[in-house]
Design a protein around this ligand. Sequence first.
Ligand code: TYD
Ligand code: MG
Length: 517
Amino acid sequence: MKSGKIAPRKAPPRGFFCTACGGESPRWFGQCPVCSSWNTLVEAPAALGPAAGGARAGRGARGGAGAGSAGEGAGRSGSGVARRRWVESDLAQAPVPLRDVELSASARWPTGIRELDRVLGGGVVPGSLLLVGGDPGIGKSTLMLQLSRALAREGRKVLYVAGEESAPQVRLRAERLGAIPDALYLLCETEVESVLEQATQLRPDAVVVDSIQTAMTAEGTGAPGSITQVRESALAYLDLAKGAGIPVFLVGHVTKDGAVAGPRVLEHMVDAVLYLEGERYHDVRVLRAAKNRFGSTDELGVFAMAEDGLREVDDASRAFLGESVPRPGAITVGVVEGARPLLVEVQALVTSSSFAQPQRVTNGFDSKRIALLLAVLEKRVGVRVSHGDVFTNVAGGLTLDEPGADLGVLLAVASSREDRLPTPGMIAFGEVGLAGEVRRVRQPASRVREAARLGFTVALVPQAQAAECEGFGVTVIPVADARAALAAGLGPRRVAARGGAAVGAEGATEGPGEDDA
Ligand code: TYD
Ligand code: MG
């Protein structure tokens, strides 16, 4: 730990990292070459090549030396040494014929938490380093404790390292979740070297570090949470995961400012990045993989935060649906996330702007995509939105990046702008092109089937895919372009809106209720 000998060691490779996007560059720039943020590059130890995780994993000893530069001497008393002491090397030190690689070595441990397994790609992969990110208070610790319990119940020894809460606090939380298994161990510690030493003795089958921003290592300079500390600590835990062949989970808060290094600066060095999203004051939580070396990044896990922790949501679509009464500005879209169709309500509100530059506030969509859809609406359909403030939102705090949601967003904006009610019981999907054409999406039939299951009766679908959508008891309305979609999917302007554009916009401000009818 306290090594007075840090100075003489060979300078470890260093690089510059963007605190906003995590992008790496070999030298300092005023503007991040990856995300174009200004003054966000900070110097920190490099991850030994871009694919640090995999690279390190594979190469065992050689890596140790290179990485370590640190390795020798007291320098890296933590990770390096600890690793060598108790690792039975199941890492290949020499090339082996691919055919002879044992499959069992890559077996997964299903957690039994179905929504979590889905996102992990079937279960936890031993030897992997995973990052679980999310806003503070969203439920990361809860999820990790549930995961720990699930693994411990199977008889696997789990070490839960709490850096943010006291032991009684963690115990109280664990008790809300149910009986505490014998194999679940707690360590309240922030110093990485101590954690590794304890791990050496306990020899856990899995480790959870909550959180990486509170971790501190003698290797790093700066305060806990600084980009150097966070990266150095993560590297030490990477050694633990790869060296001991156990899964290590790092919890990381998403931070808005650059003062504390967010999980993004670690994305490059871990095997998988899971983000827990949702609106803090609503109970729906969505877990998605931003990166997964062992599975797909399309899958989505849906939970609801309850008294006794995160519950799996069986009927994901219902979690994102609004009331069934049609309201202007609210459209149900059918999207496909991973292998599963999902119905989600998207909402828009268009009001007359009091700013010279109207506001565009977007929650859950890519704002560039929205800008494009607004331009299409204005230019191709003739709905004027350029002078209004436009707010768009996805119900339940979900983030939608599937292009199939385009048509729904467009309809929602037009519906609010013109104060026209959407057709009752309708879902819509389709990608919208620059010419206003409605383009194909993948798996259209599964979206319509999901709509039928939830009692929807009408589906606005891309014309080219209408035939595939038949046969589910839902009235299929093929639409070729955005203009046709508005005609087919939205009712007439409501009476109160007759006065003209200004009034229409006013009506929308009031909240699209009945009161203005
Ligand atoms: P937490 O897991 O501490 O969030 P994070 O680690 O991401 O900061 O959970 C925070 C919220 O979850 C907190 O407001 C309390 C709530 N909660 C429940 O509603 N039910 C539960 O069973 C638990 C453990 C927490
Ligand atoms: Mg927490």
